[in-house]
Structures are given as C-alpha cells and as structure tokens.
Write a protein of this length. Structure first.
Length: 339
C-alpha cells in the first residue's frame, strides 16, 4: 500500500511507525532535506547514500540486500524517470519487494522546475515495496511560508510576528533555505526573544528582485538619485551586469505579458498556467499593478532597448558596467516619456 504524504504530514506519519520505502520528490531542496532528516532520526541508525544513475548494478544489489545488526537508512539520490526502465526497473521490482527488515530506503527526485509535478514513475517505484509512501515537497507560495518561518524561529529559540515575517519574505524572497539562515541570524540579533520588523529591515539584505521593484518605481517617479543607488546595490550583489539586466528585463517582460493578456481577454489564472508562473506570483502581481502606466508603444520601446543592451553585454568588449549604466539612463528617459 502506498501512502501519499507531504512535507507537513510526514512527521505525524512517522510517529505511527517507519515504512520500508519513501519516495521524496519536489522542487524545494530545503523541504526535501528536512524530510530526509526526519526519516533519518526515526531510523536512528547508519545512513548511506548511492546515486540512482551512477551506481552499478552489483553495488545497488549489495546495498538493497545486505542485512545489518542495526537499523540503516539508504538514500538513493538523483532519481531519473527516463532511466527507470528495462533491466533497472526489473532489478528494483525484485529487490524492493523483499527488503531486509532493518533497512529503510528513501529515493530522492529533485527538480528546479516551478511547475514540477510528481511523475507516475514515483508511485510505480513505491508500489514495489510492501509498505511505502510518496512524499511531496513542493515550493510554497507566500501565505504558506508563515508557519515555516514561525517554526524556524521557535527552533532557533526566538519568536517572530506575522508582520516581521512578511517583511522578511519581501526582503529575502521565498527560498526556505535562505529564510532559515536569515532566521538564525535574526534570532541571535534579537537576543533570542521576539524578532521585530526593524531588526529584519536592519539585518537582512534585499534580494535582487526586491531591488528591481524599487528601482523601477524610482525610475517611474523620476527619482534618479535613488534609482542610481539601487542600480549600484544590484551591481554589488550580482557583480555581473548581464544578471542585473536579466532581473530588470524580467519585470518589463512581465508587464508586456500582462498587457498582451489583457488585450486578448486572457485571465490571470490562465496566464499563470500557460507561462509557468506560480499561483499568486508576486512579480506578476506587481506587473498587473504597473501595466496601466505603460502604453503599448512605450513597453515595446523598453523591450527593444533591453534586448539591444543584452546583445551588447554578451558580444561587446566594452566595459559592461558602463553599457548597463548608459542603457538605464535611456530607460529612464523612455519611462518618463522624454524619449
């Protein structure tokens, strides 16, 4: 029997007892690592790893058939559905059906695709074991992050309000690994008491995405000095001008897509689905708010400028920072309607 679990339900399921096989799949490495940690703690024994693709048949058979005097967790990394065929699939079907009593197996499939869905092959592999579970570790949307942040703060010996957590997400994004490291720092800075908004703002660097939002707002408002300061901050963070340009271009591409969708009568839900955005994507939300400020001619001119700048950055021998700075001056003129 295959149980279907998530990173949030795994803990309670483990309290009922260990299963012999877990298939952990998702697009959030932090959640996958956390699930492996929970299983490892439940096994309370030796932990070994092997690579699904690179481990030879003889080694794999040895790992899956060897009895030990104590409990053992075998983690099979880098599962690939395309390789789960033929002889390899037959081998796992035979071995997983009769695992040693002291052995627990966890197969891991990680993908960085924001639209990731657990493949049928995951369930097929789980069905080969007598008692198993498929555990989904899918990237969380903004509202889903709050309980994780509160839990991180508790584990760090502190507490954090919803307002402070919201500011933390604004500044650092939705990467749980990054949020976890920031919480450790904030807990210490707060004396392991309450993590407050002003502490978050003082201690946490803004993400490039957040700086881009602020940069575009400054350009739209003609706040040139602030725009230059933000551009310099992004260049110090990313160091590569082409990456800064990519982040800025992304925001304007979002606006272009929104205008095209609105002109065609396409809903936001459909746009998110067809273009691979996460549900409620903040960057797309900002684009919907800003789209009305741009005529089609203006957004076309912006996109043309950004494409030309990208070509120059990737092909020219000139100073890339100067190329980007010159382009941003032209961008400000277009956005302000002076060009």
């Amino acid at each position: 029997m295959v149980s279907k679990l998530s990173d949030t339900t795994l803990r309670n399921d483990l309290k009922k007892g260990l299963k012999q096989f877990y298939f952990i799949a998702g697009n959030d490495s932090f959640l996958i690592d956390n699930c492996l940690r929970l299983i490892s703690e439940a096994v309370d024994g030796e932990v070994e790893r092997m690579d699904f693709s690179e481990t030879d048949t003889e080694t794999a058979e040895g790992q899956l058939t060897t009895y030990s005097f104590s409990n053992k967790l075998l983690i099979i990394d880098n599962f690939k559905a395309s390789e789960f065929t033929g002889e390899k699939k037959s081998m796992y079907a035979e071995l997983l059906a009769d695992l040693p009593a002291t052995l627990t197996v966890a197969t891991v499939l990680y993908s960085d695709d924001p639209r990731f869905r657990i493949p049928k092959s995951a369930e097929n592999m789980a069905e080969m074991a007598q008692e198993s579970a498929v555990v989904s570790c899918l990237k969380k949307e903004r509202e889903q992050l709050y309980p994780y942040i509160r839990r991180m703060a508790e584990l760090a010996g502190a507490e954090i309000s919803g307002e402070a957590a919201s500011v933390l997400i604004d500044l650092c994004g939705d990467d749980l690994q990054l949020l976890s490291s920031q919480i450790e720092k904030l807990a210490a800075a707060s004396g392991y008491g309450e993590i407050k908004e002003d502490t978050v703002r003082r201690m946490c660097p803004r993400t490039t995405e957040e700086n881009v939002f602020s940069f575009i707002r400054a350009v739209e408002r003609g706040q040139n000095r602030e725009a230059v300061t933000l551009l310099n901050e992004m260049l110090e963070t990313e160091t590569e001008p082409v990456r800064v340009l990519a982040a800025i271009s992304g925001s304007f591409v979002n606006i272009a897509r929104v205008k095209a969708a609105e002109a065609a009568g396409v809903s936001r839900d459909r746009l998110e689905e067809e273009m691979g955005y996460r549900k409620g994507d903040r960057a797309l939300g900002v684009a919907y708010s800003n789209a009305r400020r741009y005529s089609q001619e203006k957004i076309d001119n912006v996109i043309y400028l950004l494409n030309e700048t990208d070509r120059k950055l990737k092909s020219g021998a000139a100073d890339k920072r100067i190329i980007l700075e010159q382009a941003m001056v032209r961008l400000a003129l277009i956005v302000s309607g002076r060009s």
